[in-house]
Design a protein around this ligand. Structure first.
Ligand SMILES: [Zn+2]
Ligand SMILES: [Zn+2]
Ligand SMILES: [Zn+2]
Length: 282
């Protein structure tokens, strides 16, 4: 999950001619490396739910116009901004809070011209002038963008740690063992420890897990759909699945399933502090 810095890699834009504009990407390199060039600390949008549609689901506005798109359809917004406004955002998959990211830039773009922030990519640079097209590239070569991306990661880590703390102290947890149907109330660790001890089902230490109820719900759903948690094969009935998981020692989760990453606090730490994480391995 550590974010590789593939600066300026924009899929589908070949024959690009990167041209630095007034004081952005590449020009003030030495200056860019120091934090002095950021005149004031970034102020992140307070509430991620800055805009809400009528049905209550969150939406994200276009940076340039009044169009809105549901958060879940961020690709549509990105496409809209490329086609209508010629803006390309690099490595957008690595932005951990897309809504806050967009709201931040929407505000900044009203304050300063786009060329203060974006590099210009000239498409078709060898073609006659009238066939050439300029696109604007927003990417983390720009110190302000890089810091914004890092701040969003740290902000998310903070929220995750708060959530983890709350779950750690919560004594109102209520859950049912997915193997023997025994009911547990109190702290989530009681159920997790029971499953580890009684059924050799170990998903990690309770304190390393976040959004535990959601995690268990997801696992329960898979079992309800008669799917083995480890090999993810489907079975015709409950008993066959139960026997299979016991006999084959498949009472564990598939470590390759990336769906589970977001339930482990370590992944948020790695993301927010990649440099610290790598150091700890040496
Ligand atoms: Zn627009
Ligand atoms: Zn049990
Ligand atoms: Zn299996």
């Amino acid at each position: 999950m550590a974010a590789p810095k593939t600066q300026g890699a924009v899929a589908g834009l070949e024959e690009q001619d990167l041209e630095s504009c007034s004081g952005v990407a590449g020009v003030d390199c030495e200056e860019s490396n120091s934090k002095d060039c950021i005149l004031e600390p970034l102020s992140l949008p307070e509430s991620p739910g800055g805009t809400t549609t009528l049905d209550g689901s969150a939406s994200v506005p276009c940076i340039f116009c009044e169009e809105h798109f549901p958060v879940a359809e961020q690709d549509k917004l990105l496409k809209h901004m490329i086609i209508e406004h010629k803006l390309v955002i690099a490595d957008v998959k690595l932005v951990v809070d897309f809504q806050r990211y967009i709201l931040y830039w929407k505000k900044r773009f009203t304050e300063q011209p786009i060329t203060d922030f974006c590099s210009v990519i000239r498409i078709n640079s060898t073609a006659p002038l009238e066939e050439q097209d300029n696109y604007f590239l927003l990417c983390d070569v720009l110190p302000e963008d890089r810091i914004l991306r890092e701040e969003l990661q740290k902000q998310r880590l903070k929220e995750i740690l708060e959530q983890q703390q709350q779950e750690r102290n919560d004594t109102n947890f209520h859950g049912i063992c997915m193997f023997c149907n025994e009911e547990f109330v109190g702290n989530r660790s009681v159920l997790l420890n029971h499953m580890a001890r009684e059924h050799a089902f170990n998903i990690g230490l309770p304190d390393n897990i976040v959004n535990c109820s959601e995690f268990l719900c997801m696992l329960q759903k898979k079992l309800d759909n008669l799917q083995c948690l480890y090999c993810e094969k489907n079975f015709r009935d409950k008993n066959t699945l139960r026997d299979h998981m016991r006999k084959k020692q498949h009472r564990r989760i598939n470590p390759k399933n990336r769906e589970y990453d977001r339930f482990y606090v370590i992944n948020y730490l790695k993301e927010a502090y990649p440099e610290l994480w790598w150091k700890s391995l040496l």
